[in-house]
Design a protein around this ligand. Structure first.
Ligand SMILES: Cc1cc2nc3c(=O)[nH]c(=O)nc-3n(C[C@H](O)[C@H](O)[C@H](O)COP(=O)(O)OP(=O)(O)OC[C@H]3O[C@@H](n4cnc5c(N)ncnc54)[C@H](O)[C@@H]3O)c2cc1C
Length: 78
């Protein structure tokens, strides 16, 4: 399951750190990317994301940024 806050919004990137520690079960040497959930390669953008700006332009912007993280993720696993 992806980690969520107490209102159900999905946690990503730095929001996943608890007391400076990486999320439970995280096995990679790197921190989660900015828009990555606690499950490597699963990303969240837009309204569903914890602390996101609930606006269309923000969702679109996050989506376009996220594409770069997907490329980075795939370049390391493939
Ligand atoms: C009344 C209202 C007025 C607004 N006015 C503005 C405005 O003037 N300007 C502005 O910038 N923003 C406005 N917003 C905010 C804007 O609509 C959202 O920020 C934006 O739509 C978020 O896009 P999103 O893709 O993250 O989420 P959404 O647009 O909510 O898209 C999520 C999609 O996922 C689908 N979905 C949900 N669960 C599942 C599932 N389990 N499986 C498959 N699909 C699923 C939903 O049906 C939906 O189509 C307004 C919002 C509301 C409610």
């Amino acid at each position: 399951m992806v980690e969520r806050d107490d209102r159900g919004f999905i946690l990503t990137g730095p929001d996943l750190k608890h007391d400076g520690r990486r999320p439970k079960g995280w096995t990679l040497e790197r921190d989660p990317y900015l828009l990555e959930t606690n499950i490597p390669g699963i990303f969240a953008v837009g309204d569903v994301r914890h602390n996101s700006v609930k606006r269309v332009a923000s969702g679109v912007g996050e989506g376009s940024i996220c594409v770069q993280f997907v490329h980075q993720y795939l370049s390391k696993v493939l």
